[in-house]
Ligand binder design. Sequence first.
Ligand SMILES: NC(=O)c1ccc[n+]([C@@H]2O[C@H](COP(=O)([O-])OP(=O)(O)OC[C@H]3O[C@@H](n4cnc5c(N)ncnc54)[C@H](OP(=O)(O)O)[C@@H]3O)[C@@H](O)[C@H]2O)c1
Length: 307
Amino acid sequence: MRPPPSTDAPPGERWLVTGGTGFIGRRLVEALSAQDVTVLTRHAVCAALPSRVRLVESLDELGADASFDVVVHLAGAPIAAGVWTRARRERILASRPRIAQQLLGLLERAPPPPRVWINASAVGWYGLRGDECLDETAPHRDCFSHAVCAATEAAAVPASEFGVRVAQLRIGLVLARQGGLLARLLPPFQLGLGGPLGSGRQWMSWIERHDLVRLIFHVAADGSLAGAVNATAPHPVDNQAFTRALAQALDRPAFLRVPRAPVTWLLGDLARELLFGGQRVVPTRAVASGFTFRHPRLPEALTQALG
Ligand SMILES: NC(=O)c1ccc[n+]([C@@H]2O[C@H](COP(=O)([O-])OP(=O)(O)OC[C@H]3O[C@@H](n4cnc5c(N)ncnc54)[C@H](OP(=O)(O)O)[C@@H]3O)[C@@H](O)[C@H]2O)c1
């Protein structure tokens, strides 16, 4: 029989988190208050995490006998921070696999290995698939977002040779006021200057941030979840519906449609893939394994995220 779905991590577990200083990682680390948490960061002095968290800038700082129950790899160069020039594409493509290499080095020297490695991929893995409903069995279409996610996922796979269960979380747009999509949308929407992007027909697969943290705990606990796991709420919406829901949550008008042609001319593939393209993703494996979303529908999730 399947164990009951867990949305809490057992106390005392040892967690190693990369990207623990980021938008998702900070919330995860906060929720791991009864666990022994180590965060790998590039800048320990700037990390501003609770003092109970051990900060390391290199895994060599860990003793030869250091071992962990759970590894969560979230760190990587942000994908939406600027136009995808050749240099930026290279930086984005290389950053997640480079850190994964360091984690693999730790596995080589640290018996016993963690029981699970939770790897942050994204719904961009599926590429641009129009209105198709995408569960974890769906194939991909090539584009830069797919290339980044494929490289991220491939870099973690060798961990399975050490007996580690590797779960590839294909994360949707994470909703919380403190960062990600909402932090970018809030200033124009609060001024009443928001509106749909282009036709507004592109899909947006989203997840409320605390639900994502709960799903990470669930994946850590459920030994059957290896490979791709979509980390999105069960009710994705199109951009038009997202715009309407956000405007309603803020009680502001949102009629200023963002025109596709000039924005795509300025931002190129970034606009084509992230603004005017999207994926309609459903969390089939999470739901089948007993995970329940606290915020399955967008209006309630926005109320929570903006609260
Ligand atoms: N937020 C979303 O909506 C979303 C959606 C889908 C997938 N994801 C994926 O989930 C993961 C976590 O997302 P997030 O929004 O929490 O990320 P984030 O805040 O942008 O960044 C996470 C951490 O990555 C490290 N980092 C930044 N630039 C780096 C670079 N050039 N090289 C190496 N490390 C770098 C930083 O840690 P230090 O400064 O401490 O080193 C940062 O705190 C990412 O891989 C992201 O692609 C996020």
